[in-house]
Design a protein around this ligand. Structure first.
Ligand SMILES: C[S@@+](CC[C@H](N)C(=O)[O-])C[C@H]1O[C@@H](n2cnc3c(N)ncnc32)[C@H](O)[C@@H]1O
Length: 351
């Protein structure tokens, strides 16, 4: 079962075809809302470990979550469904590795009132499995996951190691707690990128924030201890006015000259055609200190449902990545849960 952004079904299918030529895509499930993303059941002759391994590196940008389907349970939309899923407990216990921590992650699809809630399903199954296997439950950083997707008529259930799922969150729906001094929703994009690619923002030196307004990314960088050049013709949030670590340069990046400065972080969230934004980023590649972190969001065109449009978008993103690779080492590129019509690329300096 694969999950991608609701607007990226076409590009996801193109990626799947390139990853596994023998793959048979089934129907997109009716998720009931765009927040869940789009979910597709696919059939492959590969075992899940092999299949999931093929998504590593830059092979997949648009698929944010995978889960195996080990069991399918018929559902009726009544109280009896809960018991039908719980009847799988002995088989699930056999698939769990008792020396590794685990979490149960349910997604309930479709609209309308359901006779059970996912929290209750997660808790009931987790407690029973903890007792029967001795494996420790860990909802935050589980080593293995029992994934459940309930449609009105079927529950799909699978057990896998967390790294095989591409995200430790159900469907890749990465959640962060909103902080009181948070300036923009964009902050979550930067936090999610660091988390998904297992990198940390630097904690010393200077940062360049290209397209900084209203200042969410600048705030996060300053909070880490960096001295930030925030370049944007637009305003920064008033709460950042007195921040001594942030210098707002009210201009277009094309008119900015860093002088002799080097940066431990260069981030670029500019609202701009991706190809132009990439060329601007490359102008600063030599200004990134060795081992520094660079981040860019590539804004995507409106794709629509056609295969031709999906192919073109994928080609454009791949060519943007090839260009970026001339100035940076790419750590990863992904359409993250907090990305809307864009892809986040995380990079470091060329060695
Ligand atoms: C999505 S917002 C950035 C949000 C920011 N990352 C945050 O965390 O608050 C995109 C910004 O790109 C800026 N921008 C677009 N073209 C620009 C250019 N040529 N130079 C500098 N900034 C630009 C826009 O003014 C806009 O404020």
């Amino acid at each position: 079962m694969i999950t991608c952004d609701a607007e990226s079904e076409g590009v996801a299918i193109e990626e799947l075809r390139a990853i596994d030529a023998a793959l048979l895509p089934g129907q997109w499930l009716d998720t009931g809302d765009a927040v869940q993303g789009s979910i597709l059941l696919v059939e492959t002759p590969l075992d899940f470990e092999d299949f999931s391994g093929r998504f590593d590196g830059l092979n997949s940008i648009f698929i944010r979550h995978l889960m195996p389907v080990d069991f399918e349970v018929a559902l009726t939309g009544t109280e009896a469904d809960f018991a039908a899923i719980c009847a799988l407990l002995p088989q699930l216990a056999q698939l769990l590795n008792s020396s590794m921590s685990f979490s149960v992650q349910s997604r309930i699809l479709g609209t309308g009132k359901l006779p059970y809630r996912k929290v209750v399903l997660n808790e009931t199954l987790s407690q029973a499995l903890e007792q029967s296997t001795g494996a420790a439950m860990d909802c935050r950083v589980p080593e293995q996951v029992i994934s459940i997707i309930c449609t009105p008529t079927v529950a799909y259930v699978g057990v896998s190691e967390t790294y095989q799922n591409r995200s430790a969150w159900p469907g890749g729906k990465h959640r962060f707690k909103r902080e009181d001094d948070q300036v923009s929703r964009a902050e979550f994009k930067l936090l999610e990128a660091m988390n998904v690619f297992g990198v940390e923002l630097p904690t010393s030196g200077k940062a360049l924030d290209i397209g900084a307004s209203p200042g969410g990314w600048s705030r996060l960088l300053a909070e880490r201890g960096l001295q930030v050049d925030a370049v944007d013709p637009g305003d920064l949030d008033v709460r950042l006015k007195g921040n001594k670590r942030i210098t707002h340069l009210r201009k277009r990046i094309q008119d900015y000259n860093p002088g002799p400065k080097y940066f431990t972080a260069i981030v670029n969230d500019m609202k701009m055609d991706a190809r132009d934004s990439v060329e601007i980023m490359l102008r600063f590649a030599e200004k990134l200190s060795p081992g520094g972190i660079a981040v860019i969001t590539l804004k995507l065109p409106i794709m629509g449902p056609s295969i031709a449009a999906a192919k073109k978008t994928l080609e454009m993103v791949r060519s943007d990545l090839d260009r970026l690779a001339t100035g940076f080492e790419i750590i990863g590129a992904r359409q993250l849960y907090h990305n809307r019509s864009e892809v986040t690329v995380v990079m470091t300096s060329l060695s």
